[in-house]
Design a protein around this ligand. Structure first.
Ligand SMILES: [Zn+2]
Length: 164
């Protein structure tokens, strides 16, 4: 059974955004508002308590110059500090932590090679743990694929990165 490493947004970067209310690498403001969507928070990967939690919204490029081009989009993190997601407890059925399905919608996956000129794979959709596991297996079967970006299927917003 493959083991995957899940990388949320780095806590240090999240703290800089909370402190400056600026989007990293862009001249766009970040702003704080009530969290209205399920999220999840891109640091702890926990869903927001709608109407109760406050979130910092900002523009984030998960490729950070590594991908074939910039892929910025909006993300949300808890306004207050939270514990970064660090490890997975494999499910005996799928090998994937149920936390990785907390987006409340289907998922889109795209694999990238370590070489920016290598480009990215076509988007794959996945709905549910079995489909996510199968999509990761397919993407990482390609030797050139070094990392996979997982996004919400409904709005395309980045959730987390997976390496194998
Ligand atoms: Zn959080």
């Amino acid at each position: 059974m493959p083991s995957y490493r899940v990388q949320p947004i780095e806590p240090d970067l999240a703290w800089r955004v909370r402190a400056t209310l600026r989007s990293p690498g862009y001249d766009y403001p970040a702003y704080v508002d009530l969290a209205t969507a399920e999220g999840p928070c891109r640091v702890c990967l926990n869903p927001f308590r709608s109407g109760a939690d406050r979130a910092v919204w900002f523009v984030y490029d998960p490729a950070r110059g590594r991908g074939p081009g910039p892929v910025p989009g909006p993300v949300q993190i808890h306004e207050e500090g939270c514990q970064a997601y660090r490890s997975i407890t494999p499910s005996p059925v799928t090998g994937l932590d149920p936390a990785l399905l907390r987006s409340g919608c289907g998922l889109l996956l795209q694999g990238f090679s370590a070489c920016p000129q290598g480009g990215g794979t076509a988007l794959e959709s996945a709905d549910g743990a079995d489909a996510l596991g199968a999509a990761l297996t397919r993407l990482f079967a390609e030797p050139s694929i070094e990392y996979v970006h997982v996004r919400r299927a409904d709005d395309g917003c980045f959730l987390y990165e997976v390496t194998c």
